[in-house]
Design a protein. Sequence first.
Length: 152
Amino acid sequence: MLQIEIKKELFKQCEDFVNNRLQTVEDIISSNRKALHSETKSSAGDKHETGRAMLQLEMEKAGQQLYGITQMKTILAKIDISKTSEVAHLGSLIETNSANYFLSISAGQFTIKGNNYFAISVSSPIGKLLLGKRISDTFVFNGNQIQITNIQ
């Protein structure tokens, strides 16, 4: 499989990851809205208010998650997978002597054609170390000396 095809597949999987998270958060928000609107004042009083407060906290948490998802979509929109460079940048596929990385969003590990790739953010600890590096550059991460073998 060509490097560009791997980048396309990684990008697609990152998009799917974001869209799945978006759907989950939207479902939570919708469910909480329905619960908030269906809450009626009961004779329990304080119990009712506690339930509403808990739902409100859940709504705020979901709102924060929605903001994070929006940021991920913005980052993905900036990626041009056809762009190649000798310097690691947003959208680069970076192969090292220990692992393979796709500088994009923090979406975890994906397996393509039997090879593992980690979709990582440029603001993650390893992403910060990789950004701006070139082929043959080395760096230390978690006490391990890692060498970059290829950048696409």
